[in-house]
Design a protein around this ligand. Structure first.
Ligand SMILES: CC(=O)SCCNC(=O)CCNC(=O)[C@H](O)C(C)(C)COP(=O)(O)OP(=O)(O)OC[C@H]1O[C@@H](n2cnc3c(N)ncnc32)[C@H](O)[C@@H]1OP(=O)(O)O
Ligand SMILES: O=C([O-])CC(=O)C(=O)O
Length: 461
C-alpha cells in the first residue's frame, strides 16, 4: 500500500506542484500558489473553446430538472455515474489512503478533505493540524447568535434553526464589509475565504447548541478545546466526546459528505446565491434549506424513520420476504423508498460502501440490530426496485446507511441527522465559492421558456 507521503508525490500533476507539497506553506499561501494557473486555464478555455459544443439540450432536459445537462463549472469534485465521486481525481479509497487523520484516529478528517478540495493538494499531517488549530481558535459563536438560537421554539426543525443561525452569522461577514468599502474584484476571493473558514469553524458550536436546546436542555455545553480537531470538538459539544468510535465515524461521515460535484441541490443553491455576490453565510444558509428536503439530505432522517416503522410493524426476526412485502407496500402507497435511487449515480454509492465498511470493521456495529436491518434491506431493495421498474438507479445512496451508526451509538434523534450533513456540505459548497470568486465567475442566470415558447422553438429551431 502507498504511504500518504509517497501517494501525495505521485498524485500531483506537475513537478512544480510536487515540490510545493514538500513545503510547510499555510492554506492561504498554498491557494495563492495554485490560483494563477487555474485563472490561466479558464482564460485559455474561454479564448480557445468558448464556442465548442459539448452537448445537446433536449426538451426532456428542460422539463426534467436539467438532469444530465452539463451546464456548471465546479472545480473540487466530479461524479461518475458508475464509479461515484472523485475529489480532484482521488476516489474515496484513494482519499482513505492519503488524507491525514486525527491524532489517535485512523479516519479521514474534514480538515484534510477541506484542504484537498480547496487546493487540489494532499496536506501534510502538520498542515492539517494547523488548520484544525485555526478552526478551533475561531470556533466560538457571537453572543447574539447564541441568544437567537436559544430563543427558538424546541419544536422548530433543527435544519430551520441551522439555516437561521448560519444566515445570522453574516453580521460579521468580511466579504460584505469589504464590498461596502468598494473592494476590487481581485480581492473577492480572499474575503470569501476568510468568511468560509470562520463559518466552518463556527458550525460545531452552532450545530451542537441546536442539539442541546432541542434534545438535552439540561446539559452543559463543553468549551471548545483549542487542541482538538473540528469533529473532536463537535463530538465533545454534542456530549459524545468519550465515544471514540462515534467520533471517528463522524470524522469519516463529515469528510465524505463534503462534496458531490456541483449539480446537487444544496451545492447548486450555494453557487447560485453566491453568484449574486451574496456573502458565504447567506449563500450557505440558502443551501441548507435545499439540503433540508426529503429527496436530498433529509432522506437520511427519512431512512431511519422508515426502517424503524418497518421494525415496529414486523417485529423481531425480520425475513427477506417481510422486507420485500414492506418495500412493495411503500411503493404501492405512492411513496419513494428513502435512501435508494440517485439523480446521477447508477451503482451503489461508494460513500454507502465506505460507511458500511466502517460498520464491518467494528464488532459492536456488526452485531447491531439496526445495522443488520439496513444490510438486509440492501439485499432485497434493488431487486424490488428493478421489478417496480421506475427508478433509473435501484441501488442505495449514502443516506441509506448514514444514520444507523448514529442510532446505534445512542444519537437517536433522527430529526437532527441532516444537521450533521449540513456541517459537512459546507466543505464543498464553500470551496466552490472561493473558486468562483477567484476565477471571476459571473452571475448565474440561465434562460427559461414557457411551454408555448418551447413549442414555438420546436417548430422553428
Ligand atoms: C444525499 C442525497 O441527496 S442522495 C438522494 C437522497 N434521496 C432519497 O434517497 C429519496 C429517494 N430517492 C428519490 O426520490 C430519487 O431517486 C432521487 C430524488 C434521489 C433522484 O430522482 P430522479 O433523478 O428523478 O430519479 P429517476 O430518474 O430514477 O426517477 C424516475 C422515477 O422513479 C422514481 N423513483 C426514483 N427513486 C425512487 C425510489 N427510491 N423509490 C421509489 N421510486 C423512485 C421517481 O420518483 C420517478 O417517478 P415518476 O416518474 O413517477 O416521477
Ligand atoms: O448528488 C446528488 O444529487 C445528491 C447527493 O448524493 C449529494 O448531494 O451528496
Amino acid at each position: 500500500m502507498l504511504s500518504r507521503a509517497s501517494f501525495a508525490k505521485h498524485s500531483f500533476r506537475t513537478a512544480s506542484t510536487a515540490a510545493r507539497y514538500a513545503s510547510t506553506k499555510s492554506l492561504r499561501e498554498t491557494l495563492q500558489d495554485v490560483i494563477p494557473a487555474k485563472q490561466e486555464q479558464l482564460k485559455k478555455l474561454k479564448a480557445e473553446h468558448g464556442q465548442t459544443v459539448v452537448g445537446d439540450v433536449k426538451v426532456e432536459n428542460i422539463i426534467g430538472g436539467m438532469r444530465g445537462l452539463k451546464a456548471m463549472l465546479w472545480e473540487a469534485s466530479v461524479l461518475d455515474p458508475l464509479e461515484g465521486i472523485r475529489f480532484h481525481r482521488l476516489s474515496i479509497p484513494d482519499c482513505q489512503k492519503v488524507l491525514p487523520s486525527a491524532p489517535g484516529g485512523t479516519e479521514i478528517i474534514p480538515e484534510s478533505m477541506l484542504w484537498l478540495l480547496l487546493t487540489g493538494q494532499v496536506p501534510t499531517p502538520e498542515q492539517t493540524r494547523q488548520l484544525s488549530q485555526e478552526l478551533a481558535e475561531k470556533g466560538e459563536l457571537p453572543v447574539f447568535v447564541e441568544k437567537l438560537i436559544d430563543s427558538l421554539p424546541k419544536t422548530l426543525h433543527p435544519m430551520t434553526q441551522l439555516g437561521m443561525g448560519v444566515a445570522a452569522l453574516n453580521h460579521d461577514s468580511s466579504f460584505q464589509a469589504a464590498y461596502e468599502k468598494g473592494m476590487k474584484k481581485q480581492e473577492y476571493w480572499t474575503h470569501t475565504l476568510e468568511d468560509c473558514i470562520h463559518l466552518i469553524a463556527r458550525l460545531p458550536a452552532l450545530a451542537s447548541r441546536i442539539y442541546r436546546n432541542v434534545y438535552k436542555p439540561d446539559a452543559q455545553l463543553a468549551p471548545i478545546d483549542k487542541n482538538l480537531d473540528l469533529v473532536g470538538n463537535y463530538a465533545n459539544l454534542l456530549g459524545y466526546g468519550d465515544n471514540h468510535s462515534l467520533t471517528e465515524y463522524l470524522r469519516l461521515y463529515i469528510a465524505l459528505h463534503g462534496d458531490h460535484e456541483g449539480g446537487n441541490a444544496s451545492a447548486h443553491t450555494a453557487h447560485l446565491v453566491g453568484s449574486t455576490l451574496s456573502d458565504p453565510y447567506l449563500s450557505y444558509s440558502a443551501a441548507l434549506f435545499a439540503l433540508a428536503g426529503p429527496l436530498h439530505g433529509l432522506a437520511n432522517q427519512e431512512v431511519l424513520r422508515w426502517q424503524l416503522a418497518m421494525q415496529t410493524e414486523i417485529g423481531d426476526n425480520i425475513t427477506h420476504e417481510n422486507i420485500k412485502d414492506y418495500l412493495w407496500k411503500t411503493l404501492k402507497s405512492g411513496q419513494v423508498v428513502p435512501g435508494y435511487g440517485h439523480g446521477v449515480l447508477r451503482n451503489p454509492d461508494p460513500r454507502f460502501i465506505a460507511l458500511q465498511e466502517f460498520c464491518q470493521s467494528r464488532p459492536e456495529l456488526r452485531e447491531s440490530p439496526i445495522i443488520k436491518l439496513v444490510n438486509k434491506t440492501f439485499e432485497v431493495a434493488p431487486g424490488v426496485l428493478k421489478e417496480h421498474g421506475k427508478t433509473k438507479n435501484p441501488y442505495p445512496n449514502v443516506d441509506a446507511t448514514s444514520g444507523c451508526v448514529l442510532y446505534h451509538y445512542g444519537l437517536t434523534e433522527f430529526k437532527y441527522y441532516t444537521v450533521i450533513f449540513g456541517v459537512s456540505r459546507a466543505l464543498g459548497a464553500l470551496t466552490q465559492l472561493v473558486w468562483a470568486r477567484a476565477l471571476g465567475l459571473p452571475l448565474e442566470r440561465p434562460k427559461s421558456l414557457s411551454m408555448d415558447a418551447l413549442e414555438k422553438l420546436i417548430k422553428n429551431p
